[in-house]
Design a protein around this ligand. Structure first.
Ligand SMILES: *[C@@H]1O[C@H](CO)[C@@H](O)[C@H](O)[C@H]1NC(C)=O
Length: 165
């Protein structure tokens, strides 16, 4: 009999070398965004964009700018779902908004997670779920726009092509 510790050691060695270094184990994405505009403006832009992309219409020419569904929205937290057209995978997305500098600036922690547990590679879909809303609502052009993320925080972030995904 091998001691339990031996299995654990092998599991950890295989796990860390093959999976962890490539990014998150489950297809997901976490992004921090910073703006020099009030959270109220960011909030309204995101919520109206989610509603605008509620139907399939935005994807008849390709892309994934459609099938968003608002779950809940309050001044500091927005939750929604995004369904990929055709394959119908569902991803859960949320935005946490925090004001700073006397409400003149806004920090957003955004997260997108695939509901399908076996989805490890997502071609950057989870990143694009979040980025497309930012870009579509014009927030990427807003004053002080800054994005902080990485391939470790976002599955396949660097190879993501949000025109397609
Ligand atoms: C993304 O995909 C579109 C459509 O296939 C293509 O035109 C564009 O060049 C791609 N962009 C990048 C950065 O690969």
């Amino acid at each position: 009999m091998y001691p339990v510790g031996w299995f654990l050691a092998v599991f950890l060695a295989v796990g860390t070398s093959q999976l962890c270094c490539a990014g998150p184990l489950h297809a997901q994405c976490k992004v921090e965004w910073y703006f020099e505009i009030p959270c109220q403006v960011v909030y309204e832009s995101l919520v109206s964009q989610i509603k605008m992309w509620g139907t399939m219409a935005g994807c008849t020419m390709g892309g994934q700018r459609c099938l968003y569904k608002l779950q809940s929205a309050s001044a500091h937290f927005i939750a929604a779902k995004h369904t990929t057209p055709f394959k119908r995978y569902v991803d859960d997305i949320n935005f946490r908004l925090v004001s700073y500098y006397f409400f003149s600036c806004c920090h957003i922690s955004a997260m997108s997670i695939s509901e399908t547990w076996y989805a490890i590679k997502d071609h950057g879909t989870n990143y694009c779920n979040l980025y497309n809303l930012m870009e579509g609502s014009g927030l990427t052009e807003a004053r002080g726009y800054k994005e902080v993320t990485s391939d470790f925080l976002c599955t396949q972030r660097s190879s993501a092509n949000c025109t397609i995904y």
